[in-house]
Design a protein around this ligand. Structure first.
Ligand SMILES: NC(=O)c1ccc[n+]([C@@H]2O[C@H](COP(=O)([O-])OP(=O)(O)OC[C@H]3O[C@@H](n4cnc5c(N)ncnc54)[C@H](OP(=O)(O)O)[C@@H]3O)[C@@H](O)[C@H]2O)c1
Length: 340
């Protein structure tokens, strides 16, 4: 079975999910949408992705730019088995009625509230729960990072308490109108929304989160303190537990990765189609077990971490793989994400 996929919204997340879908043998990318001509519309054309009008897009603007259009969103919806909504925050909810009217199942992103979908999804945590669902939400970049870490830690060690401070990037690299340029902005919602969002996947997880926004575009960094019920015997055991999981990358001290700039430089060096890091990034010397407590940093590449999760969400909905491990392996091999 090959599942036909449309992508509604071809921005930061949508263009990456489109490229990822196009690499799968059990999925077929039918088309992507844009509201206006832009360099990304040209990219879609160069990659051979049929382009459809969405939102308040105007065909004459595309004609003036010399970018051919294959139709409208409703034409795209008529040809797909699933639509991946990658529209800006909160626009996904407005799009629900269009998907329902066309009777097309949909995947939403983390900018939508959890009740937009029947299930919030993270492949390592709850892959089977998406089976047969018509509306699935892939959780946000920070929530994906925390949910993956919970998938490693909770079953092995039991979590009694977890505090995480999310050091958030201010904007994506292409978002020239966002700030701050110079300042650290506390998020005056205490605790922050990230903890409740992780609990849409792990309902009983005793996690409390706070957040600050800092002037960088590269990645988020989570500062974690976890108290375990059955703690690992040593720091080495915990480092090895992270290393043994798919979608984790642990740098050694000798690699001299001082922070997110070197992580992104590593991404450029390793030569994947995009210089992205779809894994949770940890440092062996940034993980420490002390009695029943553990401390660890993890960096999250906000632009790409949810990309493999969207591919797995489609497989999970349509039963295209027997289990999470098979889907994750297939996705990661196709995207060049190294195996543990
Ligand atoms: N960027 C991140 O760090 C990140 C990480 C994880 C999850 N997410 C979530 O992913 C979703 C998309 O975020 P993003 O960062 O990819 O946003 P983005 O870069 O702004 O891309 C969204 C694209 O949607 C298009 N669009 C505008 N109105 C639309 C409509 N009515 N219907 C369909 N598409 C429309 C816009 O393209 P045009 O040029 O065609 O107008 C825009 O480029 C959000 O829910 C966000 O919270 C983002």
């Amino acid at each position: 079975m090959v599942v036909r996929v449309g992508i509604n919204g071809f921005g930061t997340i949508g263009k990456r999910v489109a490229d990822a879908v196009a690499r799968q043998t059990d999925l077929r990318l039918v088309g992507v949408t844009k509201t206006r001509p832009s360099f990304e519309a040209r990219t879609a054309r160069q990659r051979g992705y049929p382009l459809y009008l969405t939102g308040d897009g105007k065909a004459e603007e595309f004609a003036a730019a010399g970018i051919p259009i294959a139709g409208t969103l409703s034409d795209l919806l008529g040809q797909v088995d699933v639509i991946v909504d990658c529209a800006p925050d909160k626009v996904g909810r407005e799009n629900v009625r269009l998907y329902e009217a066309a009777n097309v199942p949909a995947i939403f992103q983390g900018g939508e509230k959890a009740d937009v979908a029947e299930v919030s999804f993270s492949a390592l945590a709850n892959y089977p729960r998406a089976k047969g669902k018509r509306r699935v939400r892939v959780v946000s970049c920070n929530t994906t990072g925390l949910a993956r870490a919970a998938s490693v830690l909770a079953p092995r060690y039991g979590i009694e308490h977890w505090e995480a401070t999310i050091v958030r990037r201010a904007a994506d690299p292409s978002e020239t109108r966002k700030g701050p340029i110079n300042g650290i902005l506390p998020t005056f919602k205490l605790p922050s929304h990230h903890g409740p969002d992780v609990r849409t996947i792990f309902p009983d997880l005793p996690i409390a989160t706070t957040a600050v926004v800092v002037p960088t575009t590269l990645m988020h960094v989570h500062v974690n303190h976890v108290r375990f019920a059955r703690p690992p015997a040593s720091t080495t055991e915990l480092v090895d537990a992270f290393r043994a999981s798919p979608r984790f990358h642990v740098f050694d001290e000798w690699e001299h990765v001082e922070g997110t700039p070197q992580v992104m430089e590593y991404a450029r060096d390793r030569g994947q189609p995009r210089p992205d890091v779809m894994e949770n990034v940890l440092w062996a010397n940034g993980i420490k077990v002390e009695g029943g407590d553990a401390y660890f940093f993890q960096a999250i590449h906000q632009e790409s971490i949810v990309v493999p999760e969207n591919v797995d969400a489609i497989r999970a909905m349509f039963g295209l793989a027997p289990d999470a491990a098979t889907s994750i392996l297939r996705t990661d091999e196709s995207l060049g994400i190294p195996r543990p």
